[in-house]
Design a protein around this ligand. Structure first.
Ligand code: TXA
Ligand code: MG
Length: 365
């Protein structure tokens, strides 16, 4: 059972105060790691790691979105994650590691060759890879939800790496209430989960803003299960990934079971009606729409009179960074309708449009 915490503590931790040093060997930048911290943040980090070692759950910053972490080897901790988020139990979690040496302890036959170039280039970073689950794995079965694979990620946030180094591998979904937009600040986490978790580590706003790309290199051809912070174009440049396909949640159901279970649930939903104008030909019409109306503009729309206007940015990276925060903000401001200007699905646009389609109540093309 989850104990309800009377209060949720928020501790600020400045990433620049932490020195997490990855030693490279065999050409891997993230082989082994060493932690050097200044006295004050060290105390906060050690306290958070101590809570985790007692099977408690802690929200922490990553470069993508805030995660809700628990020891990946503890079913007690992992069940608290599912309960706090109200997440369906058949949706597996990503396990976060701080070095390759730590990850290898959870593998029988090392890291498959197909991933090696990707790891060299993009770890630590917003990329999660599917790995075979050893027969006698010490990961909690709740982490994998009965799959024969587990998802592994090495975040680049110094705070996240330092915490995982101290606590051990952390199972961590995004630290939102299920179906809400993922949190990119500690305030978003507090809004959704206060009273349900004991501690939030505040490392400032997340700079990527959308979740990691989840890839399956164990299938032929390899698959992008969820587009995210590393683009399809970046992945295609790695040997063995030239023909990577992007998983379409409508297809490839194995006896009704989606390849990546998270894809079947409604996601990223504010309370407002979200209208996505997916092509440049589509434009918003306020007629017949419930007010107040919010507008999230990207590349070419001009501000529209009588709306709460937000410009997400001019580049894919800027738009990714502000996407979830703006959906939440317009919701908080009481918008009944939110119009969103879509972008083309290249580079960062693929992940952005994937999240917007899931948030949308209506798509106009
Ligand atoms: O950026 C991120 O990935 C963030 C931060 C906190 O690291 N985490 C995150 O976790 O987005 P979550 O739980 O919200 O999404 C994990 C996704 C889900 O779609 C889940 O179904 C998929 O990864 N997944 C996890 N393990 C899997 C497995 N063994 N096979 C297929 N899909 C898996
Ligand atoms: Mg999530």
């Amino acid at each position: 059972m989850l104990e309800t915490n009377e209060s949720t503590e928020i501790i600020k931790l400045n990433a620049s105060e932490i020195r997490f040093i990855h030693k490279s060997s065999f050409g891997f930048p993230c082989e082994e790691a060493q932690l050097e911290v200044l006295p004050q943040p060290a105390e906060a980090l050690y306290n958070a790691a101590a809570l985790l070692k007692q099977d408690q759950i802690v929200a922490f910053p990553t470069e993508t979105v805030y995660g809700l972490g628990g020891l990946a080897t503890s079913s007690d901790a992992v069940s608290k994650i599912f309960e706090a988020k109200r997440r369906p139990a058949d949706n597996p979690l990503i396990t976060h590691f701080s070095s390759l040496t730590q990850l290898r302890q959870y593998l029988d036959n090392g890291i498959p060759t197909i991933y090696q170039d990707l790891i060299r280039k993009y770890w630590p970073g917003p990329l999660s890879i599917l790995l075979p689950l050893p027969h006698s794995s010490t990961l909690s079965p709740l982490v994998t939800a009965g799959n024969s694979t587990f998802a592994a990620r090495m975040p680049s946030s110094q705070v996240a790496l330092a915490l995982i180094h101290l606590s051990g591998p952390l199972a961590a979904p995004s630290a939102n209430s299920s179906t809400r937009p993922s949190p990119t600040t500690s305030q978003h986490v507090f809004h959704d989960l206060h009273g349900r978790i004991p501690l939030i580590i505040d490392g400032g706003p997340c700079h990527v803003g959308v979740e990691s790309t989840v890839i399956d290199g164990l299938s032929t051809p390899p698959i992008i299960l969820r587009p995210g912070g590393i683009s399809k174009e970046q992945i295609q440049r790695c040997p063995g990934w030239e023909n990577v396909v992007v998983h379409n949640p409508g297809e490839g159901l194995l006896q009704g079971v989606p390849r990546t279970p998270g894809m079947k649930y409604r996601h990223y939903s504010p309370n407002a009606t979200v209208v996505l104008c997916a092509s440049s030909a589509a434009s918003p019409s306020l007629q017949g729409r419930d007010a107040p109306v919010g507008v999230m503009r990207t590349i070419s729309w001009n501000p529209i009179n009588g709306t709460i206007d937000r410009h997400l940015g001019n580049t894919g990276d800027e738009i990714s960074q502000s996407l979830f925060a703006t959906l939440r903000e317009l919701d908080e401001l009481g918008c009944k309708t939110i119009f969103v200007e879509g972008i083309s699905e290249i580079d960062a646009g693929l992940a952005i449009m994937n999240r917007l389609r899931k948030a949308a109540t209506e798509v106009i093309s």
